[in-house]
Design a protein around this ligand. Structure first.
Ligand code: NDP
Length: 252
């Protein structure tokens, strides 16, 4: 690998890194020479993931929705493992319901996980990155931020909020050499996608029809994009949302 894409010596905190896209980001970042700390609410998948990922992987059991302890999480990681160079806000949840059936509790639960927690953890990491004048923050957004996909009103709103956050934080943090970007995945084969598709068998075929490349993405497709955006190769890239979607973004 060309050293400009290397993450050697870098530490990445990846929320929801025990499965799916977060786990693939961890794999790709380790392959690029990085050290990763993955989080999630359940210990067993994290333990298994770290065993598979090897000695450059660490885990912390952590629920991002418990906002009051995110500062302590960052402090613990920085004290025991080292300064966080890369934050990947990957943990997220979805729920498919027609908008008129979504309760206030449903809506707030999705916004709390996918948006409020992203802000709180980003603030905890960014204050240290700003002080060190170095860092990369990556949001895992979605094409649901851009397109009117039915039955995901809270999810779409949360991801649009994350995209807005990228713009504001780029404006505030660029002078401190802290970059903020998003990846907007299309249909990626993970547990979340399988759950979303299982409620509507016809949806799988419709999704394939709407994907110019004609097949769904793999979690590693997002992983390598995350490596690029976190590496020196992207040192002048900030404030962008990169679609990794097999062409969905030409028009859903
Ligand atoms: P998965 O459901 O496969 O994985 C989600 C991960 O997040 C799990 O490891 C889960 O672990 C963790 N997680 C969920 N809630 C919390 C929480 N409160 N605190 C900490 N960790 C949590 O989803 P994907 O890998 O598919 O999705 C990852 C990201 O990619 C999400 O932000 C999603 O919106 C986005 N995305 C996915 C797409 C797809 O097609 N798959 C498309 C577009 C965007 P645990 O349950 O143990 O806490």
């Amino acid at each position: 690998m060309n050293p400009i894409f290397s993450l050697e010596g870098k530490i990445a905190l990846i929320t929801g890194g025990g499965s799916g896209i977060g786990n693939a980001i961890a794999k790709c970042m380790i392959a690029a020479g990085g050290t990763v700390v993955i989080t999630g609410r359940r210990e067993t998948p994290l333990q298994e993931a770290v065993t598979e990922l090897g000695e450059k992987a660490h885990y912390v059991v952590n629920d991002v929705t418990d906002l009051s302890q995110l500062e302590a999480l960052v402090e613990q990681i920085e004290t025991t493992i080292g300064p966080i160079d890369v934050l990947v806000n990957n943990a997220g949840i979805n729920m498919k319901k027609p908008a008129l059936e979504v309760s206030d509790e449903d809506f707030q639960r999705i916004i709390h996980t996918n948006l409020s927690a992203v802000f709180s953890l980003t603030r905890a990491c960014a204050k240290r990155m700003v002080a060190r004048q170095s860092g990369s923050i990556l949001m895992i957004s979605s094409m649901a931020a851009y397109y009117g996909i039915d039955r995901v009103v809270a999810y779409g709103a949360s991801k649009s909020g994350v995209e807005g956050m990228v713009q504001v934080l780029t404006s505030e943090f660029s002078k401190f050499n802290v970059r903020v970007n998003a990846i907007a995945p299309g249909f990626i084969e993970t547990a979340m996608m399988k759950t979303a598709m299982s409620s509507d068998p016809d949806r799988m075929n419709k999704a394939l029809d709407r994907t110019p490349m004609g097949y769904f993405g793999k979690p590693e497709d997002i992983g390598w994009a995350a490596v690029y955006l976190s590496s020196e190769a992207a040192k002048y890239v900030t404030g962008v949302s990169l679609p990794v979607d097999g062409g969905n973004s030409i028009g859903f």
